[in-house]
Design a protein around this ligand. Structure first.
Ligand SMILES: Nc1nc2c(c(=O)[nH]1)N[C@@H](CN(C=O)c1ccc(C(=O)N[C@@H](CCC(=O)O)C(=O)O)cc1)CN2
Length: 296
């Protein structure tokens, strides 16, 4: 048996199309152009690529894109002052600080200085609390993208056993909350979980977000399960490097019922969901109905 490949690249294109439609209506009917500000501190090469792609895709869907590229040595006070300016700017509906930040900056402090209504990453402590209590919030982009793909594949997720490997604040924990919100029976597995393979074999939905290249092999997977691979690991490949997920795709594809590849699975959905969150934030800021199909 070979699993269905869930094509995140194609799915992300449909999300961007929906976002573009909502943006066009916001402009035509209400004179509103959603605006996204992205702040990059330092010169991490991967972050530079992600920020460039965010700016490009923001413009492609008709929104306004503002980029602030700050020196690696920027002080916390200067970064907080910039965020305060963006919080106060009515043309900016979404603010994102690209992570990771250089070590001298306190990420929690910085993230929690963003107006929660403009926190399109969904990382602010208020949004974390709202999501955890099942209230309307901004939802972190990567887990939101995973949820969209799971809903599309399964329809209802109610009653399914879901195992999330990884307990990070930006993927594992919010992913578990979202799956609980869909009435899944949710387990979070991590490095201390006993007999993690057996725990994972119980999963109808297995989400791997642990950051360990190809850790999940075929024998961890229940036949027919849906496997969502959040890992993006750069590993040596001869003289060069290649990207692999947290799942050993070659073996997993023979056992799973459906699986996301790396690259081309969850990754592209992250930026598509950032655009979706920005249009949602613009609607909420203006007291308008939220875009259908783009929220959790
Ligand atoms: N403030 C944030 N920082 C970071 C986030 C985030 O959601 N908010 N997530 C990641 C990086 N990221 C977006 O910022 C991101 C990662 C990967 C992709 C993607 O499309 N990946 C491709 C492969 C790309 C490659 O070749 O390197 C794929 O998987 O197909 C998009 C966005 C950390 N920081």
């Amino acid at each position: 048996m070979s699993a269905k490949i869930i094509d995140g690249k194609a799915f992300a294109a449909t999300v961007r199309e929906k976002v573009a439609g909502h943006v066009a209506r916001l402009k035509a009917d209400h004179g509103i152009t959603p605006g996204l500000a992205v702040v990059l501190v330092g010169e991490d090469p991967a972050s530079q690529v992600y920020v460039r792609n965010k700016g490009k895709q923001t413009i492609e869907v008709g929104m306004a894109s503002v980029e602030h590229k700050l020196d690696a040595g920027t002080s916390e006070a200067d970064l907080l002052a910039l965020i305060a300016e963006l919080n106060a700017d009515p043309a900016i509906h979404g603010i994102l600080v690209q992570l990771p930040l250089p070590g001298h900056l306190n990420s929690d402090l910085v993230i929690n200085s963003i107006d929660p209504a403009k926190d399109v990453d969904g990382f602010h402590i208020s949004n974390v609390g709202l999501l955890g209590t099942g209230q309307k919030s901004m939802v972190p982009c990567t887990p939101l993208g995973c949820l969209m793909m799971l809903r599309d594949h399964h329809g209802s997720l109610s009653g399914l056993n879901a195992v999330v490997i990884g307990r990070s604040n930006i993927v594992g924990k919010p992913m578990a909350q979202l799956l609980l919100g869909e009435s899944c029976t949710v387990t979070i597995a991590h490095s201390r979980t006993r007999d993690i393979e057996a725990v994972c074999r119980q999963a109808d939905i297995l989400v791997a977000a642990v950051g360990r290249p190809e850790m999940v092999t075929a024998d961890w997977i229940k036949p027919g399960a849906t496997v969502i691979d959040v890992g993006i690991n750069r590993v040596p490949n001869g003289e060069k490097h290649k990207l692999v997920g947290d799942v050993d795709f070659a073996s997993a594809v023979e056992v799973a019922g459906a699986i996301t590849p790396v690259p081309g699975g969850v990754g592209p959905m992250t930026i598509a969901c950032l655009l979706a969150n920005t249009v949602t934030a613009a609607c909420r800021a203006n007291g308008l109905d939220e875009p259908e199909g783009l929220t959790a």
